[in-house]
Design a protein around this ligand. Structure first.
Ligand SMILES: Cc1ncc(C[n+]2csc(CCOP(=O)(O)OP(=O)(O)O)c2C)c(N)n1
Length: 270
C-alpha cells in the first residue's frame, strides 16, 4: 500500500475493498471521482468527517468507492434525506452524487425545492444524457432527436438545461463542465465544497456503452467525448455566437456564485 500511495496519493481516500469498480470501460464516472478526490485533497478535507449520498444509478455509486459515511438509497430521493440530515447536523458537509435522471427526473421535485431553499449541500450531477444503469433510456437531459433505447426514431422532447433551471429555482452556486475539463472540474468542486448554500456542479460525461451505442453509433469513449466537445461551448465564447450557433448546445462555466441565507428549517435556532 505504501508503494501504491507513492504512485497515487489519492488512493488513501479509496475504499479498496470495493474495488474493482463497477463502471464500464471509458465511463466518465471514474474521472469525476478522480477530480473530486483531488478537490478534497487540495482543501485537506477528510471524507471520513463528511457524509456522501447517492440514490440509484451509475453516478450514484461513485461515493461507494470513497472512505466515508455513505447513504446509498432510493432513486431520486437524496435531497429529501439530505434536508433531514442538515436539520439535525447543519455542521456536517453533505455531498450528493446524482445522475441526470436521478436529479432532474424522478428527483426533480426535491431538487428544485432544495435550490429554492438554498439547502447547504453540494450536488455533483453527472449528465451522461441518458438513464445509463437501466440500459440507456431517454432522460430529461437527452438532446432532442437523439436515438436512445426507448426513442429509436429520435427523441421528440425538448431537454432541460439543468443549470438554468437550478439558477431560476434559486441555487446559489451553479457550474457546468465536461469530463474533458479536469482542472475546471476540480476547481469547481473546490468552490462548491467551500460554498455555504446549494451548489450544483453539472459534469457532462461520456456513456459509451449506452448513449454512445444508441445515439452516436459508437462504443468508443473518445468519439463520445468528441461529440460532447462539439455540442458544448464556453459561456464567454457564447457572447460572440449567434442564437443559431448556440442551438442544441450547452454553455460551460460558472452561472452563479452568490451568498444568500441558507435553509435551517423553520422554528429552529442555530
Ligand atoms: C424508485 C425507482 N424507480 C426506478 C428505478 C430504476 N432505475 C434504477 S437506476 C435508474 C436510472 C439511472 O439513471 P441516472 O439517474 O441518469 O444515472 P446514471 O445511471 O445514468 O448515472 C432507474 C430508472 C429505481 N431503482 N427506483
Amino acid at each position: 500500500m505504501a508503494e501504491e500511495l507513492k504512485i497515487n496519493p489519492l488512493r488513501k481516500y479509496l475504499r479498496e475493498d470495493k474495488l474493482p469498480h463497477f463502471f464500464c470501460a471509458g465511463c466518465g464516472c471514474g474521472q469525476v471521482l478522480n477530480y473530486y478526490l483531488q478537490a478534497l485533497d487540495e482543501l485537506k478535507m477528510d471524507p471520513e468527517q463528511m457524509l456522501h449520498m447517492g440514490g440509484v444509478g451509475c453516478t450514484a455509486r461513485i461515493p461507494i468507492y470513497i472512505k466515508t459515511d455513505m447513504f446509498h438509497g432510493v432513486h431520486g430521493r437524496t435531497l429529501a434525506w439530505a434536508t433531514g440530515v442538515k436539520m439535525v447536523r447543519p455542521d456536517l458537509p453533505v455531498v450528493i452524487f446524482a445522475g441526470d435522471g436521478d436529479l432532474s427526473s424522478i428527483g426533480g421535485n426535491h431538487w428544485i425545492h432544495a435550490c429554492r431553499r438554498n439547502l447547504d449541500v453540494t450536488v455533483v450531477m453527472v449528465n451522461n444524457m441518458n438513464f445509463a444503469m437501466t440500459g440507456g433510456q431517454v432522460a430529461p437531459t437527452t438532446p432532442e432527436e437523439s436515438k436512445t433505447m426507448t426513442t429509436p426514431y429520435g427523441s421528440s422532447e425538448p431537454r432541460f438545461d439543468v443549470c438554468s433551471l437550478a439558477v431560476a429555482a434559486g441555487a446559489t452556486h451553479v457550474e457546468r463542465w465536461t469530463t474533458a475539463h479536469p482542472v475546471q472540474c476540480k476547481k469547481a468542486m473546490e468552490r462548491a465544497l467551500q460554498h455555504k448554500g446549494f451548489s450544483l456542479i453539472e459534469i457532462v460525461s461520456q456513456c459509451p456503452t449506452h448513449y454512445g451505442r444508441y445515439a452516436l453509433k459508437t462504443g468508443d469513449p473518445v468519439k463520445t467525448m468528441e461529440y460532447i466537445q462539439s455540442v458544448t461551448y464556453l459561456k464567454e465564447q457564447g457572447e460572440k455566437m449567434t442564437v443559431q450557433e448556440k442551438e442544441g448546445k450547452l454553455a460551460l462555466g460558472q452561472f452563479v456564485c452568490e451568498d444568500k441565507p441558507i435553509y435551517i428549517g423553520s422554528n429552529m435556532e442555530l
